[in-house]
Design a protein around this ligand. Structure first.
Ligand code: SF4
Length: 226
């Protein structure tokens, strides 16, 4: 795999210090561009759909940052976009762990559960923050027609089973976007396995008009997650 087609080409941002991305920990945040959904409410659309517009963070810069800064951190957060869409994600996580010796939290929309399961089984991440976007029947609207209600349920059910077996390694979040009612939030809460809470996040609207144009373009191309 050459560098352009590898997951390293998805490394498109870094926040050196965050006190809120991993509750209870001081972490740095690496952003992996690309996403398998087209959420009309996406707050990070360039990262999700147009990562080429963002400067590449080189593998060597990442290594150098971790060598210098890991001692001041409690963890590393990997977010996106959708990190599980980056090829050879495991290799990236392995390298981060090897250099930093820090625990890793992986953010995900949960629509590629087989990748999350693989990462979990290999011990390449220690915490998984999974988005539950709303009631399954609203997933087509919530995801910009990228995922059906049936696929959303199938994928999240698989993750809920992983969470039941590894309760300390998962937590679940919902962003209360405008199309969700209070009843929808309660419905989504009801999906979680016993003992889990749904963390409700405030909605941050998209920042530029072209987000909607880009989204329309992607939606008309019309790939559904299955
Ligand atoms: S899952 Fe949706 S909100 Fe999250 S990065 Fe992808 S398009 Fe944006």
């Amino acid at each position: 795999m050459n560098e352009l087609s590898s997951g390293w080409n998805h490394l498109r941002g870094i926040e050196p210090l965050s006190l809120c991305d991993w509750p209870g920990r001081t972490s740095c945040v690496f952003f992996l561009g690309g996403c398998n959904l087209n959420c009309p409410t996406c707050h990070n659309f360039d990262m999700a759909w147009n990562m080429e517009r963002l400067p590449l963070l080189s593998r060597e810069d990442m290594r150098s940052f971790l060598r210098n800064r890991a001692k001041w951190l409690d963890g590393v957060t990997i977010t996106g976009g959708e990190p599980t869409t980056a090829p050879n994600l495991g290799e990236i996580l392995y390298e981060i762990k090897k250099i930093s010796k820090l625990p890793i939290k992986l953010d995900s929309n949960g629509m590629l559960p087989e990748i999350l399961e693989d990462i979990l089984q290999q011990g390449l991440a220690d915490m998984f923050a999974i988005d539950v976007k709303g009631p399954y029947e609203k997933y087509p609207a919530l995801s910009g027609q990228a995922v059906t209600a049936e696929a959303a349920q199938k994928n999240l059910d698989r993750i809920f089973k992983l969470a039941e077996a590894n309760p300390k390694a998962f937590y679940f979040r919902l962003t209360k976007v405008p199309i969700l009612t209070d009843e929808d939030v309660e419905t989504a809460k009801g999906y979680l396995p016993d003992g889990f809470d749904l963390t409700i996040q405030n909605y941050i609207p998209p920042r530029r008009d072209h987000a909607l144009a880009d989204n329309e373009e992607r939606r008309s191309a019309g790939n559904m997650v299955d």
